[in-house]
Design a protein around this ligand. Structure first.
Ligand code: ZN
Length: 254
């Protein structure tokens, strides 16, 4: 699963975002990334927990891989750093349920996650460069422009919107690309904002788990989708008493 280069230089980074306590999706992503050339390290863009039925297990799996990562708004709510004031009713219910399932160590793990970090030429944030963990979805040219202006690195990795996409900075203007799947994209001179999509709750009308891999040797990013045992995930959520909308939406990727 881990590529042969792991012992020397960390060349390939598995990029995950918005796992949202969906263990089946996270496991499928890890297996699939292993088949697609492997990876040497994991970068996590936040929202490990919230919505799904396996918050503790997802934290432990990421810890197993020594994932480097930052906190999302759901992580911060689950460890009490923020109140879930702006959350929907269903999301708030999931926050309280999640809190009841975490050990003190897992709670501490979430509490100690930074809000942003720099890895190589990338800044990692959950929301945007303007609002690292909260409130902003980089989904308009205006919000992308503001983020580009605030970025101190040429590239930024974001989650939060649960949609696979890539913004390019052309100097005066920005453009949005829906990246092709399984096709390496060479990182040129353009400054970029990249969202690998959500592992655990995609919202771009494709219910498969999303992720990306960055290869620092070839300077390419490749976006991927992989199916997972969605019925098992939905069954667990239903059994846990989590709100119905949270498990039915997984069916459609919305
Ligand atoms: Zn999220």
């Amino acid at each position: 699963m881990v590529s042969e280069s792991a012992q020397s230089t960390l060349l390939r980074s598995l990029i995950v975002a918005d796992v949202h306590a969906n263990l089946e999706a996270l496991e499928s992503v890890i297996v699939d990334a292993g088949k697609n050339g492997g990876f040497d390290q994991v970068w996590s863009l936040g929202d490990i927990v919230g919505y799904g039925a396996n918050p503790a297990e997802c934290i432990e799996l990421l810890r197993e891989y020594d994932a480097m990562g930052i906190a999302g708004n759901h992580d911060l709510a689950a460890c009490g750093k923020i109140a879930p004031d702006g959350f929907s009713k269903d999301a708030t219910a999931a926050v309280w349920w999640t809190i009841s399932k975490l050990t003190f160590e897992q709670y501490t793990y979430l509490r100690d996650l930074p809000l942003s970090m720099q890895m190589e030429s990338f800044t990692l944030v959950h929301g945007s460069a303007r609002a690292p963990f909260w409130s902003e979805y980089v989904e308009t040219a205006e919000s992308a422009r503001v983020s580009f202006d605030l970025m101190s690195t040429p590239r930024c990795l974001v989650g939060h919107s649960h949609r696979q996409l890539m913004w390019l900075d052309h100097g005066g203007s920005v453009s949005l690309q829906k990246p092709p799947i399984d096709t390496p994209i060479v990182l040129g001179a353009n400054r970029l904002i990249i969202n690998p999509g959500a592992v655990g709750q995609p919202r771009d009308a494709d219910p498969r788990a999303s992720y990306a891999v960055y290869d620092s040797r070839d300077m390419v990013v490749t976006f991927h989708r992989v199916a997972y045992d969605r019925p098992a995930t939905q069954h667990k959520m239903q059994e846990a008493g989590l709100p119905q909308y949270l498990w039915t939406r997984l069916e459609y990727g919305l």
